[in-house]
Design a protein around this ligand. Structure first.
Ligand code: GRF
Length: 192
């Protein structure tokens, strides 16, 4: 059974969606731990309610070295690291040890609207300002170049022109959940 470390920084809607699908037997995986770089992440409560061990590695303490700390927590207990709403940039040895075993869900159709500083509502503001008529989300492997690792899956949706950045974020977030589920399922079945 695929063992997952789930990394968060905030609300944890991606985490909750995957927890639900595992509980509904739609995903044959186990979340061994949740790690947050934000001590105030609401997602930590979601982990605790589900009885999943959680760890806080405060980004203000570890900064760019957070990857080295994550290695210590994970040791050899997981097969896949899922960045689901995780904002710290991973650097260093972790990218080598877990090459093609770290995945990230990003709220745009990479290579558009991604890279350093492009996260959360800022992505959707940029998309709407661009006049694009299509957006979506991307599940990709994490590599040294931020948001530029090999793409696993993308899901797209049309922009009607009626959306605000907030309503667009909500529409894209639903697709992210589905994209993340499908990607983890494919990996758990050895199809990626
Ligand atoms: C989402 O908007 C997603 O694009 C990005 O992190 C944000 C929050 O995710 N990956 P979550 O609700 O904390 O799972």
């Amino acid at each position: 059974m695929l063992r997952i470390a789930f990394l968060i920084s905030g609300t944890g809607t991606n985490l909750q969606y995957i927890i639900n699908k595992i509980n509904e037997k739609e995903l044959n995986c186990v979340i061994k731990m949740v790690i947050s770089d934000n001590p105030k992440a609401i997602g930590l409560t979601k982990a605790n309610l589900q009885g999943i061990p959680s760890y806080v590695l405060d980004k203000n303490t570890y900064g760019e070295n957070i990857g080295d700390e994550i290695i210590k927590v994970i040791k050899d207990k997981v097969d896949l690291i899922v960045l689901g709403g995780f904002l710290s940039i991973l650097k260093g040895e972790i990218l080598d040890i877990y090459k093609n075993k770290i995945i990230n869900i990003h709220p745009s159709l990479i290579p558009k609207f991604c890279g350093k500083g492009m996260y959360g509502i800022k992505v959707h503001e940029a998309v709407l300002n661009s006049g694009d008529t299509i957006t979506g989300c991307t599940l990709h492997f994490v590599s040294p170049d931020v948001d530029m690792g090999t793409i696993i899956l993308q899901k797209s949706l049309n922009i009607t022109g009626e959306e605000s950045p907030k309503t667009l974020q909500e529409k894209v977030l639903k697709e992210e959940h589905r994209c993340l589920l499908e990607g983890i399922r494919l990996i758990s079945e050895g199809k990626v």
